[in-house]
Ligand binder design. Structure first.
Ligand SMILES: [Zn+2]
Length: 152
């Protein structure tokens, strides 16, 4: 941008210097050429400024997104402190509130996979054939089926 600005200012200075000395028709042609050169450099400078403004807007959006992500991450970290990873059924792990002794009794259960991605995704319980229990993640849709909860 500084190169374009310097070029435009240089062209403007040359045009003004020449205008002071221009008195005959031949010099009027040179003056028109200098004015054209100045306009072209001014257009290039305007294009560069517009690109920089667009880039600035993009960077501001990216910073805002990162600030939001950081805030969400902090909120997650605070919530995560109240949960622990437990084996709620044979080979089935979920994040449950700390101190949970009966994970089958209407206890919040969060997906362990989504938890690693800093997301609290509730596991929805369902009845499955042969009196089995299903847990399905509301986000990644992972599903596990088992027979009994493990009492802690
Ligand atoms: Zn999940």
């Amino acid at each position: 941008m500084f190169a374009e600005l310097s070029a435009a200012l240089g062209a403007a200075r040359a045009m003004l210097d020449f205008t002071k000395a221009a008195s005959d028709m031949a010099k009027q042609g040179e003056l028109a050429a200098l004015a054209l050169d100045f306009n072209q450099k001014l257009i290039a400078l305007t294009d560069t400024c517009n690109k920089l403004l667009d880039e600035n807007q993009s960077l501001k959006r990216a910073v805002s997104d990162l600030e939001n992500d950081l805030q969400e991450r902090g909120d997650f970290e605070n919530q995560a402190l109240t949960f622990e990873l437990k084996e709620v059924a044979s080979g089935v792990f979920a994040h449950v509130p700390k101190g949970t002794t009966n994970p089958g009794a209407s206890t919040l259960k969060y997906c362990a996979t989504c938890f690693k991605r800093y997301k609290l995704s509730l596991l929805q319980q369902s009845e499955e054939p042969s009196r089995q229990i299903g847990l399905t993640c509301s986000d990644c849709t992972a599903k596990v089926v088992f027979k009994y909860y493990i009492l802690q």
